[in-house]
Write a protein that binds this ligand. Structure first.
Ligand SMILES: Cc1ncc(COP(=O)(O)O)c(C=O)c1O
Length: 432
């Protein structure tokens, strides 16, 4: 496909008409497809249905003899469960806490503990130092931004490079003592799919920060969610921080929401011994202990780290064809047009599509009119504002391959309609 931006006007009109015809035909199919959130498909969830009958009658005793039906036991969660996730989190079991069903809930708790009581090495509650700020690599995860914004933390966008955030910019901004933290989705990032380069991890771990109690909120949500046979590695942030004299800088989060059950899996926190003690101290006022039976059934089901990888391989077999389909359709319809670029992630749950500047909102609206819902434009940026109005997050996990193809087609046709609308307007202005 020739570049639309330099296409002669008569050709551009004809091209737009052909796109309109395809779009109208798609609209007439009265589709109802939802690609807004990274939700595992029913087929994926069923992979873990053995959990529904685990641990099973009479099985309630953990390896250390804890009766999982009752109060107490280790506040960190069961050792056998922590052992399974030690590799994924990059921490020894004693530096891991497993609690609840959601990593976002643990991020929320860590943030509110910091706001109310401060963190190790700090001068006191972050809220007493208000206004404080968090660095937000963008496009990023909307729930991160909403969480910090909801507690009055200022959001400061930082550009991503394809290998993590622009670290020069991060170092410059982090020199401000008001900057207390940074959101990071370091592997198969949401939505760009990028993996932070080893050098980026090193610089984040070692940089000088204005705030002595600066924290990296290291959300490794997609650490084992590969889409290719290569299990890409991420540099170990806890080790890097310790090596560079900032042992308490990183708070690592993860969960099994997209491994077993979303909302009925396990939430995880890992960090330095001081941060783990801090976290558990605050937590001990909040709860007498985690749901040990849920941890036991996960340990029985997954068995060990190899079991975890077997399960994520099975997820990959279901997910990879959907991501391939998105690539095929976007390539066919948008390739060479000069009005869109998109990611081809090696893992995670999203494809990040950049359409022509100023057309993301219009594209999403047109897709919606054709029965295809994607994440609202702007959502992937702090305060819901994409300064260039160009980023669209596509989450192809839930519908089947054929539906994903139709949805990608709808989004691509919408992007072309939105782009040609603007290009033709621009031509009309220059022709005047
Ligand atoms: C980056 C990221 N972190 C966290 C979550 C949610 O995790 P949880 O279900 O463990 O709260 C998601 C879900 O889409 C995510 O994309």
């Amino acid at each position: 496909m020739p570049d639309l931006r330099s296409m002669p006007i008569a050709e551009l009109h004809a091209y737009r008409e052909s796109v309109e015809q395809r779009y109208t035909a798609l609209k007439e199919r009265r589709l109802s497809l939802n690609l807004t959130r990274g939700k595992p498909s029913d087929e994926q969830i069923a992979l873990s249905d053995a959990l529904l009958s685990l641990p099973g009658p009479g099985d309630y005793t953990a390896a250390d003899g804890t009766d999982c039906r009752n109060y107490f036991g280790s506040p960190n969660g069961l050792l056998e469960t922590r052992q399974i996730f030690a590799g994924m989190l990059g921490a020894p079991p004693e530096q891991i806490v497993i609690d609840g069903v959601s990593s976002i809930a643990l991020m929320h708790d860590a943030l509110t503990y910091a706001l109310l009581t401060g963190v190790p090495g700090g001068r006191g509650p972050w809220s007493a130092e208000a206004p404080i700020a968090f660095l937000c690599p963008s496009p990023g995860y909307d729930r991160h931004f909403a969480l910090t914004e909801g507690y009055g933390v200022k959001l400061v966008p930082v550009a991503l490079t394809g290998h993590g955030p622009d670290v020069d910019e991060v170092e410059r901004l982090a020199a401000d003592p008001a900057v207390k933290g940074m959101w990071c989705v370091p592997k198969y990032s949401n939505p760009t799919g990028e993996i932070y380069a080893p050098e980026t991890v090193k610089r984040l771990a070692s940089m000088r920060t204005g705030a002595a109690d600066f924290r990296l909120f290291w959300d490794n949500a997609y650490g084992v969610h590969h889409l290719t046979e290569t299990r890409h590695e991420l540099a170990n942030v806890l080790e890097a921080c310790a090596r560079h004299g900032n042992p308490d800088r990183a708070l690592v989060f993860g969960s099994t929401s997209k491994i077993t059950y979303g909302g009925a899996g396990l939430g995880m926190f890992a960090s330095s011994p001081a941060n783990v003690a801090w976290f558990l101290d605050r937590r001990s006022r909040q709860s007498i202990g985690p749901d040990k039976l849920n941890q036991l059934r996960h340990a029985r089901f997954l068995r060990d780290e190899a079991g975890l990888h077997r399960l994520t391989d099975a997820h990959r077999a279901i997910l990879a064809p959907k991501f391939r389909r998105v690539q095929e359709v976007l390539g066919d319809l948008l390739g060479g047009t000069g009005v869109a670029t998109w990611t081809d992630p090696a893992g995670g749950y999203f494809v990040s599509l950049d359409v022509m500047d100023g057309t993301a909102k219009r594209t999403v609206e047109l897709a919606k009119q054709a029965g295809i819902q994607v994440t609202p434009a702007g959502r992937t940026f702090p305060y819901g504002k994409d300064p260039l109005d160009r980023n669209i997050r596509i989450a192809p996990s839930y519908p089947d391959v054929a539906e994903v193809g139709l949805a990608a087609e709808g989004v691509a046709l919408s992007a072309l309609l939105a782009a040609t609308e603007i290009l033709l307007q621009q031509r009309a202005v220059t022709a005047r």
